[in-house]
Design a protein around this ligand. Sequence first.
Ligand SMILES: NC(=O)c1ccc[n+]([C@@H]2O[C@H](COP(=O)([O-])OP(=O)(O)OC[C@H]3O[C@@H](n4cnc5c(N)ncnc54)[C@H](O)[C@@H]3O)[C@@H](O)[C@H]2O)c1
Ligand SMILES: [Zn+2]
Ligand SMILES: [Zn+2]
Length: 381
Amino acid sequence: MNYRGPYRVRLDKKPIPFCEHVQDAVVRVTRSCICGSDLHLYHGLVPDTRVGMTFGHEFTGVVEEIGPEVKNLAVGDHVLVPFNIACGQCHFCKQGLFGNCHESNSQATAVGGIYGYSHTAGGYDGGQAEYVRVPYADVGPQKIPENMDLDDAVLLTDVVPTGYQAAEMGGIKPGDTVVVFGAGPVGIMAARCAWLFGAGRVIVIDHLEYRLEFARTYCPAEVYNFLSLDDPVVFLKKTTDSLGADVCIDAVGGDAAGSALHTLLGTKLKLEGGSAVALHWAINSVKKGGVVSIVGVYGPTGNLIPIGNVVNKGITIRANQASVKRLLPKLIEHVQAGRLNPKQLITHKVPLEEISDAYHIFSAKLDGCIKPVLVPPSARA
Ligand SMILES: NC(=O)c1ccc[n+]([C@@H]2O[C@H](COP(=O)([O-])OP(=O)(O)OC[C@H]3O[C@@H](n4cnc5c(N)ncnc54)[C@H](O)[C@@H]3O)[C@@H](O)[C@H]2O)c1
Ligand SMILES: [Zn+2]
Ligand SMILES: [Zn+2]
């Protein structure tokens, strides 16, 4: 996959990566997904996204080569690779903040390295490819358990941990009402995980009927189309005894629809770090003293959000990139026990060669698409 500029990606031939460092590995990809986060790149919203980059931060693969210092992996191992590139040694990795590694993206003060996610996130090529170089190979990759379906495994690289962490950061207490903005794969998984933390009521908001329909039974959740609500905030207040939800989760990020002003300033003129409509709604519809949990991705610049209301309502806001490695042991258990069924989110399996169609279908939300997975030729044999 080769990025050519906003809304343009194509198939291309690049040299096969090799171990550039003693702690690297190279994996031959067996599955890789397109994520809502890739759409921010595809729509040209992420600074320093360079022509020629290969995207893809959700992938599984077979280890083909290892550097001389790699101890935990062997050639032939089939692994799932967390989207965060983490050194395992720095101040942040030691606290389990694998999404904020200080070594893998040392030019940045916020995010750590992420596969295929622009030079803002370190400039590493990603997994929408046949081969990927995996730095710090002893830290990230996790051997896929024998009995685990590859389609479940690939969703453990991002969607499942991100949805789970969204719910976890919400600090959900038994009986809480949780509102999730966004019925993409991440929001759906956040809503499903909210139950694992004891939620008493789970509400999902989006404007795509087919996704809301899926969320209704999969999560399960009460679902509402914001296009049919005069004002989503007033509606949510009314349906929660006029107090507001205990926890609101933003699983939309900078591509949010729902406000012409935010779209103009955030995505067209790029004066804000994306369109912050869902975040705006989350802040205004959470209870006083409640928690807003943000996993939706925004650009770094200021946003037209009601920060004054954050102060006056005494809201706790929690946000981060998911720390995949920290959560994997628990989540593998949930999948193996059948409490989470991630592969049911996969609606499209597309040959890697059809990458530009896959981006178009996912970006334009065509054909009932929830989660597309790319399969390279060698994994189809
Ligand atoms: N923090 C992390 O670690 C992490 C990891 C993965 C993804 N993400 C981010 O999570 C977000 C969701 O990812 P995804 O793969 O589910 O994306 P997606 O694009 O498939 O889903 C986003 C959904 O939000 C809906 N939406 C748009 N405007 C809305 C609004 N105002 N209110 C409610 N819903 C609205 C869209 O219709 C869509 O269904 C993205 O911003 C992505 O970058 C973060
Ligand atoms: Zn992702
Ligand atoms: Zn680190």
